[in-house]
Design a protein. Structure first.
Length: 310
């Protein structure tokens, strides 16, 4: 059934709604696991969508996110500000406050954000800002403005999340290395999984992490990167098999600097909407040992987002 967008907003034509019947994962998550990349959308009648947005999603509320958290077996969430809300972080803050200490957030802020607003966001549980360089999703923001924001949030102990396409890393390399905080890369820098895992493009990203110990990566969104698609192998729950070698390299090589998340409610997908239970069953294929699973799902996100509990 198609899900609504409320508040007088109409969904982008062809929008794929999130799947509301996820399977129960076969993989049992370690106690205290964190879904370290997810979103809330609206609801539009309460938290309107930004005039400058490049897409209008269906609503995806905090209650629906928390229900998914419990169904999959996660203990906590990291909620990332969705580009459809621009720099109005009210939906994000509302979700964080409702979750109490079971959620942290990554916000979007602009140059000129007040100190009072940064303090409000921090009190709500925000611990990072996101810079998006994917041109089909956002308009370009000058790098000097972004660097100014990074310098302002550094004293708060926040980090910067960056989202970009793999082909753009050479152009962005110097800017990323100038950021004075931990830098977390979304979705492994979106590698082209039709290329060899040991080929020059992915080797560049591995070298980027090798040379800069402040750089982390989310080994997320196989459904965005895969060409093979959500098809099991030999009847096993191993969908998105062509993404596994790339994620596994990062998990094994940078075991203390990787994160994992569902990306619910999966904005802007074109081919299919994933089963979040199947996504959880992807985890043991990229983190094959109990030690790697615990670092990926518990130790690393806790150290980054809840350091006071570590």
């Amino acid at each position: 059934m198609s899900k609504p967008t409320t508040g007088g907003f109409e969904k982008t034509p062809g929008w794929l709604d999130w799947y509301d019947g996820p399977s129960k994962p076969q993989f049992v998550l370690p106690a205290g696991s964190v879904d370290a990349h997810c979103h809330v959308f609206g609801p539009g009648h309460t938290f309107g969508y930004a005039p400058e947005r490049k897409y209008t999603p269906c609503d995806a509320s905090k209650a629906q996110l928390f229900a998914l958290r419990d169904h999959l077996g996660f203990a906590r969430n990291v909620v990332v500000q969705a580009t459809c809300h621009g720099d109005n972080n009210d939906a994000l803050v509302d979700a964080l406050q409702a979750a109490r200490e079971a959620a942290r957030g990554v916000a979007t802020v602009r140059r000129g954000v007040s100190d009072a607003e940064l303090q409000r966001l921090h009190a709500a549980g925000v611990r990072g800002v996101r810079f998006n360089f994917v041109k089909r999703l956002v308009d370009f923001t000058p790098k000097d403005e972004l660097l100014e924001i990074a310098q302002r949030i550094a004293p708060l102990g926040w980090h910067v999340v960056v989202y970009f396409e793999a082909v753009d890393l050479p152009e962005l390399w110097d800017f990323f290395t100038a950021i004075p905080t931990t830098v977390v890369v979304d979705h492994m820098g979106r590698p082209d999984v039709t290329q060899p895992v040991d080929g020059p493009e992915f080797a560049r990203f591995v070298r980027f992490m090798d040379e800069h110990p402040n750089v982390w990566s989310k080994v997320t969104c196989p459904e965005r990167l895969s060409v093979a698609g959500p098809f099991a192998l030999n009847g096993q729950r191993q969908a998105y098999a062509d993404v596994v070698p790339f994620a596994r390299v990062l998990v094994e090589r940078f075991a203390d600097r990787v994160l994992w998340g569902t990306d619910w409610p999966h904005p802007n997908l074109k081919s299919h909407m994933p089963d979040d239970g199947l996504l959880v069953d992807f985890i043991p294929h990229i983190a094959p040992t109990a030690d790697l699973q615990r670092r990926l799902l518990v130790d690393n996100p806790m150290r980054l987002y809840w350091p006071e509990e570590c």
